[in-house]
Design a binder for this molecule. Sequence first.
Ligand SMILES: Cc1ncc(COP(=O)(O)O)c(C=O)c1O
Length: 361
Amino acid sequence: MARVYNFSAGPSMLPESVLKKAAAEMLDYEGSGQSVLEMSHRSKTYDKIIKDAEALLREVMNIPDNYKVLFLQGGGSTQFAMVALNLMNKNNKADYIVTGQWAKKALQEAQRYGDAKAVASSADKTFTYIPKTDKSMFREDADYVYICMNNTIYGTVYHELPDTGDIPLVADISSCVVSEPLDVSRFGLLFAGAQKNMSGAGVTIVIVREDLLGNAMDITPTMLNYKIHADAGSLYNTPPCYAIYIAKLVLEWIKNEVGGLDKMKELNEKKAKLLYDFLDSSEMFKGTVVAEDRSLMNVPFVTGDADLDAKFVKESTEAGLVNLKGHRTVGGMRASIYNAMPYEGVVALVDFMKKFEAENK
Ligand SMILES: Cc1ncc(COP(=O)(O)O)c(C=O)c1O
């Protein structure tokens, strides 16, 4: 069996040892005689799985005790509404920094429920940088400031968080969750669709400071109320059981095989450096993001010639390097090198790019 190097932006690669463990446990999970897929979410066995997943996430991310961890459905996109419905609750105002499509979609969704305002944007240069902000740019009575921390499509990341003073900071960390250590106490709320770095599609992780719960707008549907899920330990209704189980295995992998988030960051930096150093030295391929805001996870690049880009995508696919086509709004190529992409995968990509450059001069 030949496995490819999958550079997809999500769903994306999972660690091979996780897939093997899940396969070994598929028919009989720990002597229960059942697959996790078949198990009641109210069973003792499943209760241990979800509790272990939460405990591992708390340990790996060093989440303070005054934060709740929720396992929800609906993907990152449902969070765009949930954040507004639950947190835009004091002055009905929120400030958004628009660094790409996902932040823009979050803003547009919030505008359905209140005075959500774009206070900064990098749209002027096709989102190739993170706009500088200072505290004075935020409205003092904003209920929260919203950022998309890692911009999956454009390949930018916040290396330094904006200073929002006492205003809670909300961040979409869908494409950088558990890729490096993060000071959770700097945030009011974090959320991540897990299908890039933590699991398969289906589970969305929310980490929310307790004091922000309990004030959702009256119109908030029950299923979109954080407090309902927090009070029920994410078991208000049937949770995405299997995706939570895979998240547990991935967190075990980070803790036991990788050695924690400091080590994870080191590995991710090593992979990204290899690719960025090559892009900086190549005459054919160019990275599209300003150097200081480059993401460790998503690396967009172009040749400047659409036909050559298409040829590259076709030939790289044939060579077992798949899903390198850039997002339809950007063109060119994008290599998503999440946690589970091995260093050897990036070596194979860079070797292929060198060969392609030599053959197509
Ligand atoms: C940063 C970011 N936020 C939100 C989303 C939307 O996530 P979902 O497809 O789970 O709704 C994505 C999807 O790629 C993303 O990259």
